[in-house]
Structures are given as C-alpha cells and as structure tokens.
Design a protein around this ligand. Structure first.
Ligand SMILES: Nc1ncnc2c1ncn2[C@@H]1O[C@H](COP(=O)(O)OP(=O)(O)OP(=O)(O)O)[C@@H](O)[C@H]1O
Ligand SMILES: [Mg+2]
Length: 459
C-alpha cells in the first residue's frame, strides 16, 4: 500500500465541492482538512505539516495563484495541486509555471484525481524523508568536518570533546588517511586555545638539518644560511596548538630537545643561550606503533609518555563500513560544490563494491576514488564502471543484482518493470503476484491501470 500518512488540505469556496473532495479523499485513506479560502488555508498550514494542498484556482479573496506562491515560499515541502475549470487550461499552465505540482480539471474525475494526489503525496513524503536524512547527517554525523556515525567514530568524537578542554598532550594514532589531522584540528578548535594558532609540522617532510631551526628557531649566524634571527614553530604556536605529524620520524637528537621543551615549557633558539617561555599544547600523530619504535630504541620512552598522556586511535575505514555511504554522499556533494560535474548519486552495485573493499588508504583513498569517478562518469550517477580496477578485484564472485540501479531508472519505472516481471513469473496470476509483491489485489489492479495508462500514452 502507498504510504498515506501525508495529510491533504483542500481549499475551495464552494461548500459542496469541499464536502465532495473531503469524502472522496478520506475514502482513499488520506487525512483531509477542508477550508473555504486562502487565509484559512495559511492558518492551517501554520499549525501542522501537509503533504499536499489541493486548491481551487478562482476563489473569493485570495486567489489560488496567490495561495500557491505563499505555500511555495513558506512551505516548500508541500505540493500544490490546482483545480481549474474545464476549458481554462492556460490558467493551469500559468500555475504550473509558478511551481504548482500538477492540476486537475473540474468537473473532477475521481480516478484522475486519485492518481495525481497519490503521486503528489508520495513525492512530498519522499522528499521530506530525504531532507530528514540529510539534516540528520549534518547534525549528528559530523564533528568539525570529521564524518562518521559508526560506534568507533562516535567514541572518537566523545574522546575529542573530553580531552579538548584539558591541557594534556594528545597522541593520535591510526593508519594513513584515517583523519588524524582532522582530529587534531577538532581538538584545537574545541579547546579554549581555539583563538590561538594551530601550527602543523610534518616531521617526515622537513630535512633533518632544517627541522631543528624550523621547530625552535635560530639566531643570525647560527649556521651558514642563518641570515637573520628567526622564530621557530614553537614560538609561532604560542597560546595555541603545535601539531607534530609523523612524530616517529623525529630524529633522536631532536627528541631530547622536544622533551626538554615540554617539561620546561621553554625553548632555546639554535645559536642562542636565552630561554623563551612558550605556552603550547602538543598534539602528535603517527601511523606507526610508537611502542614498537620505543622497543626498537628509535624513540625515547620518556618522550613517548610525555606525548601519549591520552591516545586517540582513529579507526580504519574497514572497521566502520557503515560510514562509507555517508562519506560517499559527502564527497559527491563536495565535488558538485567545487563546480565539478553535478553527480546525483551512486548506483547500488557501485556502492556494494565500495562497501566490500578493504580500503588500505582509508578515507583519503575513498575521497580520491569518488573524485575520479565523478570525472569519469557519463551519467548522473556513479556506476561500478567508474570505479578503479582494484575495487572491482576485491568483490570477486559476489553477484551484483541491481541492474536497475546501474541503469539509473526512476522509481516508478522500476516498480513497473518489477510488477510486470512478477506477473510474468506467476503466469499472469494476479492473486499470486499481489501476494509476492506484498500488496493487496486492489492496489495491484490500480497499479496495472497506471501501467496501462502509461503504455497508452507512450504508444
Ligand atoms: N572521518 C572523515 N570524514 C571526512 N573526511 C575525512 C575523514 N577522515 C579523513 N578525511 C579526509 O581524508 C583525507 C585524509 O585525512 P587526514 O589528512 O586527516 O588523514 P591522516 O590520518 O592525517 O593521514 P596521513 O597519515 O596519511 O597523514 C583528508 O582529505 C580528510 O579531509
Ligand atoms: Mg596526516
């Protein structure tokens, strides 16, 4: 059965017409409220949500067109169907131009009205549902650009919130591309240091020779290239957060110097004997196991404990597959907003491949895969063909069932095809078909009527 929980607001200044429509639509299973004019209609709309407004075009006081405009402005989720006298189709077309969902001509033919209303209600409810989902995504499933609704991610969000306001140093661990830097930023921007600087340093990217002066600064003449005094990143980060990425790559000599800076809360520029007080919170990140590095004597144990007051482990994507759809959705939107092709979604079969894949490169890899797919795709939806071979490989023998999704059929086409196929299967036995489809026979007859109608129209 179609979902009929959507309410309908009937607006007509003729009492008999109101009564007729109310009876007719109630019989079809809708909740109906009928009012005599546009002003009353707006009042009702302010009180509760209607899926559809069915309004006469010519009324005393506020005209149907004016009401239409009000509804479009104030209640964009509500579909407006216009009733217009037979023979004044131009006015109906005018109304469609102003955003009416559809129109029916008076005298009203019940079947026609039932079809139009059902479609309008269904669309409105579907749209509402999608909006609710989107809102939920925005509100609950993101934390400072970190998306995730899975349990491991919710735990991460929780931990970030709790550590943010403390002054303790934090160690963020996790594989490449799991969002360690995002987490570091989230901590900074949720802490009382948020108005201070966030200074990231990638310890692996800066040559060992330069790293010391980058971090701690230098005095003029401290070494050949030191043409003037220079502040280091520690000083830059004063009052804020210093993010030491890939901390495992910090040379042992600098590990000692970092330890001193943390313990004494002061640094000394290269070539200087003067200590400078710094108020810096340190967040370090690594994709190696620092305990292994400690065991192998590549990383100082005392520094490890100083950095790792609290550890936040970013879970790999394969341990939270329920976040994949959320991320795909967000990356598609990001591509569209960046002025790239506006791709509307992703085929079920493609999504199934993505959910199956082990994601060694985690979210970064997923983001790249989606960007690539958006560039490659020819249609409005990303299909499995747009995904790189590596992702196809992992799925192996599992069957991809959703050819309908691949062909990006609209819902009612899929329904039509499916109904006809099931009827075929049952040798035309409508009773059996209705049972398989989980609808009653009347609904099946109605849907078949729709299909016939369409076939007639099309051919
Ligand atoms: N949970 C997430 N939600 C949204 N985007 C994410 C998430 N995790 C990671 N990303 C995105 O993935 C990319 C990699 O994230 P980030 O740089 O924070 O990872 P990383 O753990 O620091 O990786 P690496 O170890 O390679 O430096 C970024 O573009 C980031 O925006
Ligand atoms: Mg990083």
């Amino acid at each position: 059965m179609a979902d009929k929980s959507g309410a309908i607001l009937v607006v007509d200044d003729e009492p008999e017409m109101r009564a007729l429509l109310r009876d007719e639509l109630s019989e079809l299973g809708y909740r109906v409220v009928a009012v005599a004019n546009g002003r009353e209609a707006l009042k009702k709309l302010g009180e509760e949500e209607y899926a559809v407004v069915l309004t006469d075009l010519r009324m005393q006081g506020m005209q149907g067109l004016e009401l239409l405009n009000e509804v479009k402005q104030g209640y964009p989720g509500t579909n407006v169907i216009i009733m217009t006298a037979f023979g004044s189709v131009e006015s109906a077309i005018e109304a469609m131009k102003h955003g009416a969902y559809d129109y029916v001509t008076k005298p009203i033919k019940n079947e026609e009205m039932a079809l139009v209303v059902e479609k309008a209600v269904r669309d409105a409810l579907l749209r509402r549902e999608v909006q609710q989902l989107r809102r939920a995504v925005r509100e609950d499933y993101s934390f400072h650009q970190i998306l995730g609704k899975s349990k491991p991610m919710r735990e991460v969000f929780d931990l970030i919130r709790r550590v943010a306001d403390s002054q303790t140093n934090v160690l963020i661990t996790g594989e490449s591309g799991t969002g360690k830097e995002l987490a570091a930023k989230a901590i900074h921007f949720n802490s009382d240091r948020r108005s201070g600087p966030f200074v990231p340093v990638n310890c692996a990217a800066i040559p060992e020779m330069l790293l010391e002066s980058e971090l701690f600064g230098h005095m003029k003449g401290a070494f050949t290239d030191a043409k003037g005094d220079k502040r280091g990143l520690f000083e830059e980060a004063h009052g804020g957060t210093l993010f030491l990425d890939e901390i495992s790559e910090l040379p042992v000599m600098l590990q000692a110097k970092l330890l001193r800076a943390i313990q004494e809360k002061e640094i000394r520029r290269v070539g200087s004997t003067k200590s400078i007080a710094v108020d810096v919170r340190i967040i370090a990140a690594t994709n190696l196991s620092l305990t292994d590095e400690v065991k192998a004597k590549r990383f100082r144990e005392d520094l490890y404990y100083r950095l790792n007051v609290i550890e936040i482990r970013m879970p790999p994507l394969r341990e939270r597959r329920e976040d994949i759809l959320l991320l795909v959705d967000a990356f598609l939107k990001k591509c569209a907003e960046a002025g790239r092709k506006a791709v509307k979604g992703i085929a079920e079969s493609a999504l199934a491949l993505l959910v199956d894949y082990p994601w060694p490169g985690n979210v970064r890899e997923l983001e790249n895969v989606i960007e690539r797919a958006v560039t490659l795709t020819r249609g409005e939806k990303v299909t499995s063909e747009d995904l790189p071979p590596a992702i196809h490989g992992s799925r192996g023998d599992r069957k991809v069932i959703d050819d309908a999704a691949d062909r990006t059929l609209p819902l009612d086409e899929v329904e039509k095809e499916y109904i006809l196929r099931i009827l075929d299967k049952t040798g035309g036995n409508k009773y059996q078909a209705a049972q398989i489809l989980g609808i009653d026979r009347k609904t099946l007859y109605r849907k078949l009527g729709e299909i016939d109608g369409k076939i007639h129209h099309e051919g």
